[in-house]
Design a protein around this ligand. Structure first.
Ligand code: 5GP
Ligand code: ZN
Length: 140
């Protein structure tokens, strides 16, 4: 896609700090890191979101995320690593080219907001009805 910033990064038209590359996947440092080592893994082929990405690229990205997990633990001494992936503007997807965030955090750092919420029990009838709707859409 001509006007996509991440496609331009893949093509080398926009500079990036490359961390990993193979036939399908490109990984590079986020330039607005929320922790040291914040990295993005993307498919080389443009896909906007989880609905569009090919199964093969999705698998390739998650295989790389596992390699990256070990590399980050070894080099950064991360106490935890969050994988965050947004689909759509309602959940703050800003760059409309699929990307998986890897966000390492040290035990001494404050918890990542995206992984911390208050556990407030929901209404069981609503939970049941909504999960039944999703299951039906999946054919279960
Ligand atoms: P989103 O909110 O879409 O999940 O996150 C997009 C991410 O892309 C942000 O964390 C932002 O810092 C990063 N980003 C946006 N433009 C660039 C860029 O030109 N280079 C790099 N390395 N990261 C970018
Ligand atoms: Zn793109």
């Amino acid at each position: 896609m001509d006007d996509c910033i991440f496609c331009k990064i893949v093509k080398g038209e926009v500079p990036s700090f490359k961390v990993y590359e193979d036939d399908r996947v490109y990984a590079f440092a986020d330039i607005n890191p929320i922790s040291e080592g914040h990295t993005l893994i993307i498919p080389k082929a443009h896909a906007e979101n989880l609905g569009e990405i090919s199964d093969e690229d999705l698998v390739a990205i998650h295989r790389v995320s596992k390699k990256m997990y070990h590399a980050m633990q070894k080099t950064l001494g991360a106490g935890g690593i969050a994988l965050v992936q947004a689909n759509g503007r309602a959940v703050n997807q800003v760059v409309m080219h699929y990307h998986l965030h890897l966000i390492p955090r040290k035990d001494s750092q404050p918890r990542l907001a995206a992984t911390q919420w208050d556990l407030v029990p929901g209404d069981m009838d609503t939970i049941k009805a909504v999960s039944a709707k999703i299951a039906a859409a999946l054919g279960h």
